[in-house]
Write a protein that binds this ligand. Structure first.
Ligand code: DQA
Length: 146
């Protein structure tokens, strides 16, 4: 059976392509969704793709992934730096988790250097733009084979 990877995107990422394009680029979240579906298909995986501006909704999506997904790719956006609730939810998920950021958060303001989610993530990809999602799916395919 084809394994599912849940891909979760946090607040303001619905504005991708319009919001601070000098930092986040000009591709839209719909472009990222297509890129993920194509990369996953080439790896023999399938994806579900979600975005929410609400912390509790992201927690609910992680809970759903417990039953529906073999792995999670998450860009928690600003909640990366604030959310113990998202960390706790990820700690209740058994499969691989990869944290992705479009920008290199370590090159930016000090408050972006700390991530609650990184204490759970099996890998962190930052600064690779939309390609970071494809890289995450490649790594997930390897981890799910092992
Ligand atoms: C981000 C980095 C976060 O610091 C920021 O709050 C975002 C996007 C990124 O993808 O580079 O909204 O997660």
């Amino acid at each position: 059976m084809t394994k599912t990877v849940t891909i979760l995107n946090g607040p303001n990422l619905n504005l991708l392509g319009k919001r601070q394009p000098e930092i986040y680029g000009r591709e839209t979240l719909a472009d990222v969704e297509t890129l993920c579906a194509d990369a996953a298909a080439a790896l023999g995986l399938q994806t579900t793709f979600h975005q929410s501006n609400h912390e509790g909704e992201i927690v609910d999506q992680i809970h759903r992934a417990r039953d529906e997904a073999a792995a999670i790719v998450i860009n928690p956006a600003a909640y990366t730096h604030t959310s113990v609730a998202i960390l706790d939810a990820l700690n209740a998920f058994d499969g691989p988790v990869i944290e992705v950021h479009f920008s290199n958060v370590h090159k930016r303001e000090a408050f972006r250097h700390h991530s609650y989610v990184s204490t759970r993530a099996d890998a962190v990809i930052a600064g690779c733009g939309t390609q970071g999602y494809a890289l995450a799916l490649h790594r997930i395919a390897t981890l799910l084979k092992d």
